[in-house]
Design a protein around this ligand. Structure first.
Ligand code: ATP
Length: 239
């Protein structure tokens, strides 16, 4: 479904951050993208969702394809309409608006299906249904993360890009968000999951890539990555 081919990205015309990256996310799968701080994971997601411009970044080589369509160079709104939706790191929600207002805003590109999408999101996250009239800024960190994911699902994307959904969450909530990602995927949404929590990501992913200094250094089925002692120790920090 998603193919990134030989992608090079530069910030401010000088800083080369992605150095020829190729990866594939097949339809209906969960693919994990792992790597240390600063490896380039967020940059790759920005390149896919069209958000590099905002950060003065530019694709200088390579391409991004969705099915048989080339999407690099399209404006972000067009990329959303093509079925790609990114959940940013750090749960950007509208703190002063209610939970449901946040969700409705997330669904503006799919206005006809807003009722059905709301039901889907509330079924996935019953806590959001309970708090739907409450101010989003008063939700706990975990609930805000769920709201950020729920908002992205309001456009019923075919491909969901998740940037560190477990960041800062207590273990119980990490477990919960993990189960929800699996459920979203079971419902037919393809997932590209960026995580520092390699154990969490590989546990649910079909395939894993490890990014180091803007290059892919590992490209293997998730189960193989998890089972390899050297990889566990040196790349995944799992000892
Ligand atoms: P993290 O987990 O810390 O978010 P990451 O793997 O997602 O790390 P990126 O955020 O993609 O990494 O950053 C990759 C490199 O690009 C880093 O060296 C970072 O400092 C640099 N970078 C990111 N955004 C910009 C920007 N707007 N201008 C210049 N450099 C940037």
């Amino acid at each position: 479904m998603l193919a990134v081919r030989n992608l090079e990205v530069v910030y401010h015309d000088v800083v080369l951050v992605l150095r020829g990256i190729s990866l594939q996310v097949p339809r209906h799968r969960i693919v994990a993208l792992l790597g240390a701080n600063g490896a380039g994971k967020t940059t790759l997601l920005r390149a896919v969702s069209g958000l590099l411009d905002v950060h003065d970044g530019k694709i200088t080589k390579g391409r991004v394809e969705l099915g048989d369509r080339r999407i690099d160079g399209l404006p972000p709104a067009r990329i959303v309409r093509n079925g790609v939706r990114q959940v940013m790191e750090g749960r950007r929600i509208f703190a002063e608006l209610s939970v449901e207002e946040n969700l409705r805003l997330g669904g503006h590109t799919a206005a006809k299906a807003i009722g059905a999408n709301l039901t889907r999101v509330y079924d996935l996250f019953p806590v959001l249904r309970d708090r739907r009239s409450g101010t989003a800024g008063y939700l706990s960190g975990g609930e805000q993360q769920m709201l950020a994911v729920g908002r992205a699902l309001m456009s019923d994307p075919e491909l969901l890009l998740l940037d560190e959904p477990s960041l800062g969450l207590a273990p119980r909530l990490v477990q919960q968000i993990k189960e929800i990602i699996v459920e979203i995927n079971d419902q037919g949404t393809t997932v590209l999951l960026v995580e520092q929590n390699a154990a969490m990501a590989l546990d649910i992913a079909d395939h894993g890539y490890v990014l180091e200094n803007g290059r892919i250094v590992m490209d293997r089925p998730a189960a193989e990555l998890l089972a390899d002692d050297d990889i566990r120790e040196f790349y995944l920090g799992l000892g």
